[in-house]
Design a protein around this ligand. Structure first.
Ligand code: GLN
Length: 196
């Protein structure tokens, strides 16, 4: 690949699409708003934003994204799911709906932090960033079970809230709602790992 800066697609069906696009641009990437499966051919990585996983899932089915995103991930290109995006890539969803993309060997529990804690901020210790990061959680899931091939990158209150399995990255929180672009930079580094 000879391009100077990678082009990252943000799945633009529902949810925090613009915020991810802004964070990616600040982190130095070109951004494509992905509304049709054909656009996946021209991008180097894909973000599935937070929002409502059932809505995003149904729209992915309706517009023919399921197999296209599976093929995209199988080609080795990185995929990052935040919050509802974490649920969208999980192999299993606890006590509930069928999974959507089944890209990552995790079981996701939706709205896991309960009603009292619908949304909150927490200082997270994230060793791959070499420092703490302010996590914004909004009706967030957690990773109930992570398979043996999954690296858990951060926990909060004893619950797994950031993980990576090969080219798939997930966070239960919303880094795009802060001005801190380090998680997006980490995702871009996953693309560079691949192209080097
Ligand atoms: N609770 C939402 C769901 O289950 C996720 C919330 C979010 O993405 N902020 O889909």
């Amino acid at each position: 690949m000879t391009k100077e800066s990678p082009t990252i697609g943000v799945l633009a069906l529902q949810g925090a699409v613009r915020e991810h696009a802004a964070a990616l641009r600040s982190a130095g990437a070109a951004v494509e708003m992905v509304k049709w499966p054909g656009q996946l051919a021209g991008i180097d990585g894909l973000i599935i934003p937070g929002g409502e996983s059932t809505t995003i899932g149904k729209l992915m089915v309706k517009y023919g994204f399921i197999q296209t995103i599976r093929d995209f991930a199988a080609s080795g290109r990185p995929v990052y799911g935040s919050c509802a995006g974490l649920i969208a890539v999980a192999k299993k969803i606890t006590e509930g709906s069928d999974p959507w993309l089944e890209l990552m060997d995790i079981e996701a529990r939706r709205n896991a932090f309960g009603r009292q804690q619908e949304s909150f901020e927490a200082e997270l210790d994230i060793p791959v960033l070499g420092a703490t990061f302010t996590g914004i959680f909004i009706r967030a899931p957690w990773i109930e079970i992570a398979g043996p091939g999954v690296d858990v990158l951060a926990e909060f209150d004893g619950h797994k809230i950031m993980a990576r399995e090969k080219n798939i990255l997930v966070t239960a929180f919303h880094p795009e709602l802060t001005n801190d672009t380090r998680i997006h930079e980490y995702f871009l580094s996953m693309i560079n790992e691949r192209t080097q």
